[in-house]
Design a protein around this ligand. Structure first.
Ligand code: FAD
Length: 456
């Protein structure tokens, strides 16, 4: 049994926790980072990074199939899943090693083990007591299921989907949000029959409707089936697969079912409520400065209600470290956080959708422009279709940017600057975009909204 004392104790070493630890250490604090599994958390080990490796492998499969279109002869002969796994694991292992090295180099003390909050300043890890002047809760999230739907056997979560050592012939994906469509996209590229079931009326339902509709068309064109607007009722498993029944009586059969209905906050039995931290349906409630109701205790990342994204976690972590150091950082607004759905096609957005913009400002006070990627040289070269939609307040700033097409996630940085800085299209339209790039499409939309379209 031993006692450790730090300026700052961080419980959970995922995106939010490790970012807080790195920044706090940079600001001169002594930091104890408690992690029960591996630093890097969901994003590095079972989320963002390994799934993007699979998506890249999926893209290579598609490029191989379509190479004749570009004058290259090749034949797609299948997926060597062992090699895909080795590639995915190598990417993760390399980033994991890098992160461990970084934490060490910055002087962060990593404490291995599962911690429980036992007082506003103390976390118990086995027999060890870890005390800090401030504590950050950063325990992340887990794959949720639906009431009465048990995970197991042929009913899997994203974590098991990553680890499959075969390419399934037919899969049902329950949930048409970011994680569901990402796996659907990968499997389809690898030759799987995919059926998505989504209770809401659209795939990627949190996006602007114009984008959701384009996305549905693109998925249909790729041969991905989906059933929208009906709830899942039950699933039965047998030796060959699963049979899923929907509330309207429809049934679907497949080899596996992936449950991708969202992620819940991982806060149960960690002492938070016992110490008096206010928790609502598992989420830790904070003020806009990420402070809980208990002085000195903060929360970051997926356990804080709102968008569950790694870069939000990073930003939360940096924010709280700076807050504790008295640097008075600028409050983070979820509306200004860029979101990317990684699939083929990709979706990226920041700010208000057209419907939300009309709700907030009145439909007559906002305008939008859809630039069709068909007019963009680079998009044509890459063989991608899609749109870039920019929404502005009339005679006012850009308040939303929504994109669909290959690699549009790479364009969201500029869009985020525009929305965050409340730039007027007239101010940013003169910015140059190198030709030929897909970024020109965003410039074209700004130009059009500023009343001086070039190729539109
Ligand atoms: P986590 O990363 O979950 O970290 C929490 C850490 O706390 C974990 O390491 C856990 O082991 C540890 N922990 C928990 N309890 C204890 C305890 N009692 N004691 C000690 N340690 C504890 N986001 C993106 O922005 N881009 C993407 O492309 C993306 N893709 C994703 C794909 C998938 C399949 C999934 C599942 C998620 C994806 N996400 C993506 C979401 C992203 O992974 C999360 O938003 C992010 O990891 C949240 O960071 P966090 O620090 O809040 O929690």
């Amino acid at each position: 049994m031993s006692e450790h004392t730090f300026d700052l104790v961080v419980l959970g070493g995922g995106s939010g926790g490790y970012a807080a630890a790195l920044r706090a250490s940079e600001l001169g604090m002594t930091v104890g980072l408690i992690e029960k599994s591996k630093v890097g958390g969901t994003c590095l080990h079972v989320g963002c990074i390994p799934t993007k490796a699979l998506l890249h492998s999926a893209e290579v499969a598609d490029v191989t199939r379509e190479s004749a279109k570009y004058g290259i002869t090749s034949t797609f002969e299948g997926v060597d899943i062992a090699a895909v796994t080795a590639y995915r694991q190598e990417v993760v292992a390399s980033k994991y090693k890098g992160l461990q090295g970084l934490l060490k180099a910055r002087g962060v003390t990593t404490i291995e083990g599962a911690g429980t909050l036992v007082s506003p300043t103390t976390v118990q890890v086995g027999d060890d007591t870890v005390t800090g002047k401030n504590v950050i809760l950063a325990t992340g999230s887990y794959s949720r299921s639906l009431p009465g739907l048990d995970i197991g056997g042929r009913v899997i979560t994203s974590e098991q989907a990553l680890e499959l050592d075969f390419v399934p012939k037919k899969v049902i994906v329950l949930g048409g949000g970011v994680i569901g469509v990402e796996f659907a996209s990968v499997w389809r590229s690898w030759g799987t029959d995919v059926q998505i079931i989504e209770a809401l009326p659209h795939l990627v339902p949190n996006e602007d409707q114009a984008i959701s509709k384009q996305f549905e068309r693109a998925f249909r064109k790729r041969g991905i089936s989906y059933n929208l607007g009906t709830r899942f009722q039950s699933v039965t498993q047998n030796d060959d697969g699963v049979v899923v029944t929907l509330e309207d009586g429809k049934t679907f059969e497949a080899e596996l079912m992936l449950v991708a209905v969202g992620r819940g906050p991982a806060t149960a039995n960690l002492g938070f409520e016992e110490v008096g931290v206010t928790v609502d349906r598992g989420f830790v409630l904070t003020n806009e400065r990420l402070a809980t109701n208990i002085p000195g205790v903060y929360a970051v990342g997926d356990i804080v209600p709102g968008l569950q994204l790694a870069h939000r976690g990073f930003q939360h972590g940096i924010f709280v470290a700076e807050e504790i150091a008295g640097l008075n950082p600028v409050v983070i607004d979820d509306l200004n956080i860029p979101k990317v759905t990684y699939s083929d096609p990709e979706v990226a957005s920041v700010g208000l959708s057209e419907a939300k913009a009309a709700e907030k400002y009145g439909a007559e006070n906002v305008s939008s422009y859809d630039y069709n990627l068909a007019g963009n040289g680079k998009s044509h070269i890459l063989g991608t279709a899609g749109i870039i939609k920019v929404i502005r307040v009339n005679e006012g700033p850009v308040i939303g940017v929504h994109m669909i097409g290959a690699r549009v996630g790479e364009l969201i940085g500029e869009a985020q600057l525009a929305v965050n800085w409340e730039a007027y299209p007239e101010d940013i339209a003169p910015l140059l975009h190198a030709h030929p790039t897909q970024s020109e499409a965003l410039g074209e939309a700004f130009l059009a909204l500023a009343g001086k379209p070039l190729h539109a």
